[in-house]
Every structure is written in C-alpha cells, then in structure tokens.
Write a protein that binds this ligand. Structure first.
Ligand SMILES: [Zn+2]
Length: 336
C-alpha cells in the first residue's frame, strides 16, 4: 500500500487517486493567469515518480495525444508510484498553434530550468520546472519534427555519462537513439537530467497531426518503462535491433540541387541503398527532372512533407546503417 500523498504545486493527491488541475505558470498582458493542464495519477502502491511532458513546442501534437491516452491507460489501482502528466507545457504557443512562444518568437525548450526573476520565457520554464518537473524521479518529453517535415520514431538521450538515462532509454525500446544533438543546453531533457531527473526526448512524426501508429508506439514505450521501473505489470518493448547514432557525425541531410515539385519515392523507416532514388524534383513545365539519391546505405529518419524544394533544400535525413540492421528492417523487424 502507498500511504503517501503526492504533494506538488500546493496540491495534495492522496494515494489511489487521479487529480486534474490547471497550474498557473505566468500571466498575460491583461494579468490573467496562464495555466498548464496537469494530471497526477497517484498509484495504490509506492514507487518512483515519472513525468510525461508534451507540446513544449506548441504545434507538436502527437505528444498531447500520448498524454491524453496515458491518463486513460494507467489507472491508480494498477500503479505503484506516481505518473505526472503535463498535457501542454507551452500554453501560449499551443493557443496559437505555433512552435515558439508568441512573444519574441522564443524557443521555450532553450530556457529550462529557468529563473524566478528572469525574462518571461525563463519564468515560465522555471514555474514548470519548480512546480512540477523537479518533484519527479524520471521524465519523458514528447516532440515531433518541425512543420513541413516528419521524423521516424526515435529517442534523444545523453547515454554516455548517465546510467539511469541509458536504462530508461533501453526500457523505452526505440530502434534509433540520437546522441549529441546539440540541444544539451536548457532543454527539458538536459536541464532535468543534469539535476538528477534522468529524462529522454521522444521524437515522432509531424507537427499538427495525431498519428496513431506513433501514439500507440509511444504508449507501449511508456508501459515498458513503467514495467522496468517496477511501477506497472505490463509488457516490455523488445526491439529486434537498436542503433545509437552520433548526430554530429553520422547523420546527413540529403539536399535537392534543383528547384521544383518534389515526388517522394520513400517513407520514413525505409532502408535505401547507396545510389537509390529518394525523390524526384521536377520543374513546373515538366521539362527538367532530377533524382535526389542516397549517398550511402541508410535508414530514412526524416523527410520533407511540404512538397516543394529549391537548391540546397534538405529533403531527407539519412542515417547510415550496416547490412545487419538493413536486413533486419527489410525482414520486417520494423523501424517505427
Ligand atoms: Zn519539439
């Protein structure tokens, strides 16, 4: 039995209960409160505290759906520990369905853990960090690609210097993990991990969409993590292959050398051979056609979705894979 009441943000959630709340993190120009929607599921039994965060970039909706469904799926009666679900972190950006905070166009995910007496973005980040995230033991932060592109299901994590992050990442079970992504400074993931709350970033799909295949894959990953942490009696994700990719050295954006209309020949998660066509770029009179080809054998990790290009435009984010992984994917081992 869990005799523990979970206390956060001035609220008490008794063991065995689910509470929904709007938690104030800032004020508008009118002095109205800006509040984030938070659900706390305090299990019947004792255990760790895990947070799920979504929409720190306001137009990235897959994570919002994951948060929504996680609350349905993990009931207090089945849980040992606490699940803290922040449905929308960046409420001002979510309200206008854009990536960045409307004021000054700032990336809120570069301000964590923030400062109490800082500029507006810093204060919002600090209120979320202090009020919610700092009460947790582990975290999963959900993202999508930016507008006009999509990305395969993958995690981003600092694996080398943190065993807890490595354990979390293994339990989550994504095929591909990017390390060294350059968002080390002041993201939710970096700030929480550096302060003793090991956190993964999960990337999947496109902005402005609910994509069922990614949402269900994410829920399976959450279940696997909660099971690994002894919080839930569920199924573990056991991927047939995994690949850790150094984002600074091993990924390439394959670019168009012509302007025109893009016709994609591949999907995210596909394996392409060296020289294989990724897309064709055709001019508006259909008089010129140019193939964009893979420079090496790789997995299509990211793709253009807004189907026009100009010279230099990135059309495909390609990660090199060796023959073993290529065969595993082609044999139906899956990659999403
Ligand atoms: Zn994002």
């Amino acid at each position: 039995m869990n005799s523990g009441t979970f206390e956060w943000g001035g609220q008490d959630v008794p063991a065995g209960e689910t509470h929904h709340a709007y938690y104030p993190v800032h004020e508008s120009f009118l002095g109205d409160p800006i509040e984030i929607p938070v659900t706390v599921v305090n299990g019947d039994g004792d255990g760790p505290v895990v947070f799920l965060t979504a929409a720190v970039h306001g137009d990235e909706l897959n994570g919002v759906k994951v948060a929504h469904e996680a609350v349905e799926r993990f009931a207090p009666a089945d849980l040992d520990g606490v699940l803290v679900v922040v449905h929308v972190v960046n409420v001002p950006a979510y309200g206008s369905q854009q990536r960045y905070l409307p004021l000054y166009d700032q990336d809120l995910n570069r301000f964590f853990p923030g400062k109490e007496a800082g500029q507006p973005a810093s204060r919002i980040a600090n209120a979320v960090y202090r009020g919610v995230l700092s009460h947790c033991d582990y975290g999963l932060d959900f993202h999508t690609s930016t507008r006009g592109r999509t990305t395969m299901f993958h995690t981003r994590a600092s694996l080398t210097d943190n065993d807890d992050v490595a354990r979390l990442n293994e339990a989550f079970g994504a095929n591909v993990t990017l390390v060294g992504t350059g968002d080390e400074g002041h993201s939710i993931r970096a700030a929480c991990t550096a302060r003793g709350v090991p956190t993964l970033t999960v990337e999947m799909g496109e902005a402005h969409r609910f994509e069922d295949r990614y949402v269900s894959r994410a829920l399976a990953g959450i279940e696997s993590v909660l099971t690994d942490l002894g919080m839930y009696d569920g199924e573990r994700v056991e991927p047939t292959w995994t690949r850790v990719v150094d984002a600074n050295r091993e990924k390439t954006w394959v670019r168009s050398n012509a302007g025109g209309l893009v016709d994609l020949a591949v999907d995210t998660g596909d394996v392409v051979a060296a020289g294989e066509t990724i897309c064709t770029v055709t001019d508006h009179f259909a008089s010129k056609e140019e193939d964009v080809v893979a420079p090496f054998q790789g997995i299509v990790a990211g793709l253009l979705q807004n189907p026009v290009a100009q010279p230099g435009h990135p059309v495909c984010h390609l990660i090199g894979v060796d023959d073993d992984i290529a065969e595993s994917i082609q044999d139906g081992g899956g990659s999403d």
